[in-house]
Design a protein around this ligand. Structure first.
Ligand code: IPE
Ligand code: IPE
Ligand code: MG
Length: 249
């Protein structure tokens, strides 16, 4: 770790108000590769290092939950060669990192429509979830084949089924009952949502959960994002005045 990074980390820790949950839309791999006259898959491969960086940075900073948007429901519409390159990288990431994640105390959860994954990718997902099941330091949510609206449809179907079966009254439907049927049930809402590559949109990520998240747009392409950039985002978060609709104190 370079000097400025460790100084920044120390400052974040002294301030104390580290976000409990950080969500990241990891964007810009393709443009990063294009700048280097390389195929898009090269950018995706280079993005794996940034994943390692933010996981370690989150552990160092004392973040409890990290949610990473790795592959959206809409990303299935990309060319088949790119989709299969991404799926192979997922398998490779898990094969390479599962043991280390477990050793670091990271517990991995994978959320999304996993029925669309190939059998090897689905097996890799199951493996990392099982192997890290005892982790208590950091919850790592990986969103794969995920869409925020689809997640809300899924929760709505569960609610309807519970009502039809007589397990829940219509009047008992409230925000807690909806939250409890999302993939993120039991996990606090993100305090900070980071998007890389300068894009200023949600792209169907965690629509319900980010209701009061602070937004942070980094101009860095994802492969260039590192733990120092994560600390910068946390330091920026610590300067925000979160009012939640009230008057600031
Ligand atoms: C993010 O990088 C990775 C995924 C969406 C899977 P992109 O592939 O979207 O890169 P850009 O946005 O085209 O640069
Ligand atoms: C969002 O990035 C999805 C992920 C980072 C996995 P995209 O690159 O797919 O989003 P758009 O197309 O720019 O909205
Ligand atoms: Mg993109």
């Amino acid at each position: 770790m370079t000097e400025p990074q460790s100084a920044l980390l120390a400052r974040i820790r002294v301030h104390g108000a580290v976000p409990r949950h950080i969500a990241i839309i990891m964007d810009g791999n393709g443009r990063w590769a294009r700048e280097r006259h390389m195929p898009r898959a090269f950018g995706h491969r280079s993005g794996m290092k940034a994943v390692r960086e933010v996981v370690e940075g989150a552990l160092e900073a004392g973040v409890e939950w990290l949610s990473l948007f790795a592959f959206s429901q809409e990303n299935w519409q990309r060319p088949e060669t790119e989709v299969s390159a991404l799926m192979s990288l997922l398998e490779e990431y898990i094969a390479r990192e599962a043991a280390e994640l477990a050793q670091q105390g990271v517990r991995v959860f994978v959320h999304g429509d996993l029925s669309r994954l190939s059998p090897p990718a689905a097996n890799a997902v199951k493996r990392v979830v099982d192997e890290t099941a005892t982790g208590t330091k950091l919850g790592l949510n990986l969103f794969i084949s995920y869409g925020g609206r689809a997640e809300l449809v899924r929760a709505t179907r569960q609610l309807a089924a519970d009502v039809l079966a007589g397990r829940l009254g219509v009047d008992a439907i409230n925000e807690e009952e909806i939250s409890a049927r999302l993939y993120t049930a039991g996990c606090p809402d993100p305090d900070l949502l980071i998007r890389t590559s300068g894009e200023q949109r949600l792209s169907n990520f965690l629509l319900w959960q980010v209701a009061y998240a602070e937004l942070y747009i980094s101009s860095l392409f994802w492969p260039d994002f590192d733990r120092g950039a994560l600390y910068e985002a946390i330091a920026d978060f610590q300067r925000r005045d979160r009012r939640f609709g009230k008057v600031s104190t």
